[in-house]
Design a protein around this ligand. Structure first.
Ligand SMILES: N[C@@H](CCC(=O)N[C@@H](CS)C(=O)NCC(=O)O)C(=O)O
Length: 306
């Protein structure tokens, strides 16, 4: 059973929820805190604190990229890549989840500065903008931020000029989830979001088509149930070497894995369990859940032998 650890307001989780909807899956939901500490998540991830995290028994998937790849592997139909060329959608994600997401956060924070709880602003400021984070600068530069975002939403709007229903064609896929969650975020969390988006007529029509896909069938469970599922399961990921690994990593190596460019993110320690060009799996043991396999994408994560 797929368990997603997330919270309703999380935009990156909304992207994964749309993917769960696209695949029509039954899944379990554990609501995690929006700020650390996250005491019921740490036994699973070993320190990874970003949202969302997916769990299937004693296999734990960190980062939406890794989660979505695993969902496609386990549930290939309907595919997230209806027009083929999956690499194009993964590459698109490096734009939507990187610079475009940060610009959307700059807009939401800059416009909503007065209402942001100080603790939340300090935490997210460091995560997304680094130690130089300055909330008042985001408010001052709001017009420039809007200009950046308007041009980028324009790229998405242009995709529909030929009358297509979804970003890559007639059927929805990963590209749609990647674009949709940013529209969802700006509409829901920027006070002038609805007016700002109004000028993108085709984008708004597409937004309601994606919204109609829904989130699949979700049932809420408590964190204890998820931790029990990890404790009662065994990691299913097979041990796997990669003789061509560019870092010369081999199963059994003690490593630390850390998201690249995210200030204040603690490293996750464990022994390499499996290696592949797109994924690294590390093995950890924890008093509450026993042995777990923690999966990370390679793109966007640094792995260091210790
Ligand atoms: N690269 C990560 C980024 C995830 C991310 O930044 N998520 C936000 C929430 S939307 C987050 O973790 N915020 C801090 C937190 O939830 O503690 C992914 O794709 O999953």
């Amino acid at each position: 059973m797929v368990i997603l650890h997330h919270y309703p307001q999380s935009p990156v989780s909304e992207k994964v929820r749309v993917v769960l909807g696209l695949k029509g899956l039954d899944w379990r939901s554990v609501e995690i805190p929006r700020l650390p500490p996250k005491p019921d998540l740490m036994p699973l991830t070993g320190g990874y604190r970003l949202t969302p995290v997916m769990q299937v028994g004693a296999d734990v998937y960190c980062d939406s990229q890794c989660i979505i790849r695993e969902l496609e592997r386990r549930f290939p139909e309907p595919t997230l890549f209806p027009e083929g060329a999956p690499g194009m959608a993964w590459g698109l994600g490096r734009w939507t989840d990187g610079p475009m997401f940060r610009t959307a956060v700059a807009l939401v924070f800059g416009a909503g500065a007065a209402d942001l709880p100080a603790e939340f602003a300090a935490d997210r400021g460091l995560l997304y903008f680094g130690p130089e984070f300055d909330l008042s600068a985001l408010t001052r530069t709001l017009p420039e931020t809007l200009a950046q975002l308007r041009a980028q939403f324009g790229w998405l709007e242009d995709c529909f000029a030929d009358g297509r229903d979804f970003l890559t064609g007639a059927r929805p896929g990963l590209a749609d989830a990647l674009g949709y969650y940013l529209v969802w975020f700006v509409r829901g969390r920027y006070a002038q979001g609805p007016e700002f988006l109004e000028s993108f007529e085709r984008l708004c029509a597409w937004e309601s088509r994606v919204k109609d896909i829904g989130h699949g069938n979700m049932r809420a469970i408590d964190a204890g149930e998820a931790l029990d599922a990890a404790r009662d399961g065994e990691p299913a990921a097979p041990r796997q070497a990669d003789p061509d690994d560019p870092q010369g990593l081999t199963p059994g190596d003690q490593v630390e894995v850390v998201p690249d460019g995210v200030d204040g993110a603690p490293p996750v320690s464990g022994r390499v369990h499996a290696l592949a060009p797109q994924e690294i799996v590390i093995h950890r043991s924890d008093g509450r859940v026993g042995d777990v396999a923690v999966h990370f994408p390679r793109v966007g994560y640094r792995v260091r032998r210790v």
